[in-house]
Ligand binder design. Structure first.
Ligand SMILES: [Zn+2]
Length: 265
């Protein structure tokens, strides 16, 4: 063995150990991605996921939202402990929504199960940064990292390259727009704010969400129990009013343009 081979072998060993530990949480460091083979896979789920990797995903259902009363429900800051229950509620009613996920929450989602469910069950998934800072306050490089780390971990887990993002706090500027354009992401804001992060009462959240107009994008957060509690009433009331629930891309009938900002149809 050559003199330099031993230190090199030790270095490789350390690198392997580092690779297999949990995800790093710092916004400064890229996520350490657990290889998929370490995750137990249900063949039916795998088949669905493989289908979702095909060109043309998401297989947008066609809605003419110029004629129909369409509404896009959007859920930020997850996936979290209430996301599974929300997915159950949406699936039972065959409702599709859009989830703007935080990279660190995806990293904490054991085996990416909720993240994969979001994609497998036909919802749109969007980038809500890696660590939820106000992006407009960051350097271009930092904004790039916030977007790219989340793009990469979601693509690794689901096979899907995201096309939409939501800037944390809705805080954006020309610099953020330029980075989102480079990363191939449209900026999606909202025109109905349920303030569900502040008012943790399901009836209040439901009342505000039901103020949606045709073409509205409704801001909600699936990390709050009260928000998920509000959803049966929201879905029932908006259905009764004749609304069709669509994803953000379905609302526009095409993939929104990278870098552009959208608040409603
Ligand atoms: Zn947020």
């Amino acid at each position: 063995m050559r003199v330099w081979a031993l230190p090199l072998a030790l270095l490789a060993l350390v690198a392997c150990v580092t690779y297999s530990v949990a995800y790093r949480r710092s916004a400064e460091e890229p996520p350490v991605i657990v290889p998929l083979r370490q995750v137990s896979v249900d063949p039916a789920q795998l088949a669905k996921r493989l289908a979702s990797m095909q060109a043309g995903w998401p297989r947008s259902r066609k809605f003419d939202c110029a004629r129909l009363k369409c509404v896009a429900l959007t859920f930020d800051d997850g996936p979290g402990e209430h996301t599974g229950r929300l997915l159950d509620l949406l699936s039972a009613r065959d409702v599709r929504a859009t989830f703007f996920v935080i990279g660190q929450m995806v990293a904490a989602d054991r085996g990416g199960l909720l993240t994969r469910r979001i994609v497998d069950e036909g919802h749109e998934i969007g980038n809500h940064s890696w660590s939820h800072p106000p992006l407009a306050a960051l350097s271009h490089e930092a904004v790039h990292r916030e977007l790219k780390y989340t793009d990469d971990i979601v693509e690794h887990l689901t096979g899907v390259r995201m096309r939409v993002m939501r800037p944390p706090y809705g805080a954006t500027d020309d610099g953020v727009a330029a980075e989102t354009r480079r990363e191939g992401l449209a900026q999606i804001l909202w025109n109905v704010d349920t303030l569900d992060w502040r008012d943790r009462a399901a009836p209040t959240v439901a009342k505000r969400a039901c103020e949606a107009k045709p073409g509205s994008i409704v801001l909600l957060h699936d990390i709050h129990r009260s928000t998920v509690d509000a959803m049966p009433a929201v879905l029932d009331t908006l259905s009764r009013k004749g609304f069709t629930f669509v994803t953000v891309s379905e609302l526009y009938g095409k993939t929104p343009l990278p870098g552009r900002t959208y608040t409603s149809r």
